[in-house]
Write a protein that binds this ligand. Structure first.
Ligand code: FPP
Length: 247
């Protein structure tokens, strides 16, 4: 067993890309790819839960995904509604705490209400925290945080000199959640696509060519293995890290 075998990322973030291409490669319409994606989400949640990952953040729908054809957006929103209906009881039973991040006001009222109900039901759970990013964009998140700080400042409750990384971080969607240790992107593209821009500052990035509907436990294992073998320096030298930070 490697010396890193026990090093599990506390927070894993995933860009689940490649549903459309997976469907096309099989001569199926794009929606078939999104449907197949749901099964993989279930497996990955289960697997992360089993391995003791603390937080899993999934990029389900970006601020920019609203620009897709209307029928595709409608189908994806329908899938979210169905998933909430079908999966929440099981997640609750497995002590998963569910949270949604993103511009909730842009979602249909019915979806927003179901999300709120799922969050309330699972709020007290002590297992994996599953954060689902819907209508989320990293820039949106930072702009919203800046606006909130500006409001506090304008109201005289905050001195601009007191604004620092921690104050800004408290206003972000992932306030109170440790930064992702590992960010996985499937589907072959090597970019961040406006995901958690602030929080990914020091995350280890793992890009794989496998399309999301074909992503299996063995691929998750590869990502975890690579993560365990990397040296995280956070701006320090390797010697400092080896010596525990003070060399
Ligand atoms: C990515 O593949 C898929 C999306 C951006 C949207 C749909 C996501 C899901 C159905 C996963 C559901 C997740 C949860 C947590 C409910 P793509 O369509 O961009 O694929 P392509 O790059 O091959 O076109």
């Amino acid at each position: 067993m490697s010396q890193f075998a026990a090093r599990i990322p506390r927070h894993v973030a995933i860009i689940m890309d490649g549903n459309g291409r997976w469907a096309r490669a099989r001569g199926l319409p794009r929606p078939a790819g999104h449907r197949a994606a749901m099964k993989v989400v279930r497996n990955v949640v289960q697997e992360c839960s089993r391995r003791g990952v603390g937080y899993l953040t999934l990029f389900a729908f970006s601020s920019e995904n609203w620009q897709r054809p209307r029928e595709e957006v409608g189908l994806i929103m329908g899938l979210f509604l169905d998933a909430l209906e079908r999966e929440v009881a099981d997640l609750h039973e497995n002590r998963v705490r569910l949270r949604f991040i993103g511009a909730r006001e842009t979602l249909a009222a019915q979806l927003d209400q179901r999300m709120a109900a799922a969050e309330a039901l699972t709020a007290g759970n002590d297992g994996l925290t599953l954060l689902v990013a819907v209508s989320y964009g990293g820039r949106w998140d930072i702009v919203r945080a800046a606006r909130r700080l500006a409001q506090e400042t304008a109201a005289g409750r905050l001195d601009p000199a007191d604004i620092d990384e921690s104050r800004l971080g408290e206003q972000l969607a992932l306030a109170g959640v440790p930064d992702p240790d590992l960010m996985i992107r499937t589907g072959g593209e090597q970019r961040i696509s406006n995901f958690l821009l602030w929080n990914l500052a020091y995350s280890e990035l793992f890009f794989c060519d496998v399309l999301w509907p074909a992503f299996e436990v063995e691929h998750l294992q590869s990502a975890f293995d690579q993560f365990a073998a990397r040296e995280r320096r956070f701006g320090k030298t390797s010697a400092q890290v080896q010596a525990g930070g003070d060399a």
